[in-house]
Write a protein that binds this ligand. Structure first.
Ligand code: NAD
Length: 365
């Protein structure tokens, strides 16, 4: 069966869903792989490298000319309209934001898999693109903050005196937050963090950061649930002083399927020292920081608020490497003897299957 890897066509997307190494893997599993010319340009994977790995390099978007279409961003409704009954597509479909696309996939009888719906179970870990891309975002958030901070992160002891280390506060210690903590620690900052999940406490400490004990009763176990507005109000009161004392704040607190909670208000930003930097990784899902705008830097007085937009796309080489492996691993879970035939009784495949044989298999949030 034929797998197609397009050049991403949605604005500002620099990642790619297949790299030469995953082409080799898929060809080894008996599949044929078509890669659109230039698909790997931002990830520095040349057409020649794809050919050497066993792919056919094709001039156009492969939708309609392959049985399996794999991409980072979802196909456009026009591209999806070229998919045929029984074709398979894998991407971050973000179905709630793509009602028109979902209708086309359903109407055409496409079997679509959305990596943002993948169950977070052990067997699915090698395909967990939400985690791999969150790791990239968490790392990059620290780099973006550091680049804008008019200060050092590490402590320096010099003949001209000692410079103290920067103080970094990370709110939300999931995959992205933990990677932000680890990166800020490696750069020499003093780091503290808070998460509503009790399990995060040990993870934060194991990275050499301090866990903020707010003494709040939280809801939710492994995965965060939305906290009440009363809880959030109390949380903001309790962290205000830690925000004011920080040189850098990185917020990553998302709640799956819901608008992100506001953790940092404009008044809290105004209490920070001039030159401080706040990076809001949740800017695209409503924002943890009142003033943040996705893709924009906003000054609140002398404090800079960086609203993240598609952070993983700013690191296309490694973000693509991890994503392409996630996609190949998911594809291998449904491939035998060169045929891709998903077993929808399998909990991992069933969990992330959005449409199949004209049916919508998941309720949209
Ligand atoms: P996420 O992106 O959904 O959210 C980011 C973090 O924000 C979470 O840790 C969440 O608890 C936190 N948060 C939400 N509201 C908050 C608030 N008001 N204040 C402070 N923090 C708040 O989370 P994620 O990175 O996808 O990971 C969530 C959990 O899932 C983690 O425990 C992670 O280790 C786990 N996980 C498990 C697997 C697996 O395969 N078993 C895979 C990936 C992640």
């Amino acid at each position: 069966m034929r797998v197609g890897v397009p050049a991403e066509s949605r604005p500002a997307e620099r990642r790619v869903a297949g790299l030469p190494e995953t082409v080799t893997t898929l060809v080894g599993a008996g599949l044929t792989v078509d890669v659109q010319a230039g698909a790997g340009a931002h990830a520095h994977a040349s057409d020649a490298a794809y050919r050497a790995a066993g792919a056919n390099v094709v001039p156009d978007h492969p939708a309609g000319r392959c049985e399996v279409l794999v991409s980072v961003q979802p196909p456009t409704p026009e591209q999806a309209a070229r998919l045929r009954e029984g074709d398979i597509t894998i991407s971050f479909l973000q179905p709630a934001a793509e009602p028109e696309l979902v209708e086309v996939l359903k109407a055409n009888g496409v079997t679509s898999f959305s990596l943002d719906l993948l169950p977070r179970v052990t067997r699915a870990q090698s395909a967990d693109a939400l985690s791999s891309q969150a790791l990239v975002a968490g790392y990059r958030a620290v780099i973006e903050a550091t680049r804008r901070l008019p200060k050092f992160l590490p402590m320096f002891t010099t003949a001209a005196g000692t410079v103290p280390p920067a103080k970094v506060l990370v709110l939300g210690a999931g995959v992205a937050g933990l990677q932000a903590i680890a990166t800020a620690r490696r750069l020499g900052a003093v780091v503290e963090a808070y998460d509503v999940r009790a399990a995060a406490k040990e993870e934060v400490r194991s990275l050499g950061a301090k866990f903020l004990e707010l003494g709040l009763e939280t809801q939710g176990g492994v995965y965060a649930q939305a906290q009440s507005e009363e809880f959030l109000e109390r949380q903001r009161e309790l962290i205000a002083e830690r925000v004011a004392a920080s040189d850098v704040v990185i917020t990553t607190a998302a709640v799956p399927g819901r608008t992100a909670p506001v953790l940092v208000t404009t008044d809290m930003l105004k209490a920070m020292a001039p030159g401080s930097v706040v990076v809001d990784l949740a800017a695209e899902t409503g924002g943890n920081v009142a003033a943040s705008q996705p893709g924009e830097d906003t000054w609140i007085g002398e404090v800079l608020v960086v609203g993240a937009r598609n952070m993983p796309s700013t690191m296309p080489v490694h973000a693509s490497r991890l994503y392409a492996r996630n996609v190949a691993n998911l594809l291998l879970m449904m491939t035998a003897d060169g045929r891709v035939e998903p077993d929808l009784d399998d909990e991992v495949l069933a969990g992330c299957c959005l449409t199949h044989r004209g049916e919508l298999r998941r309720e949209l949030p």
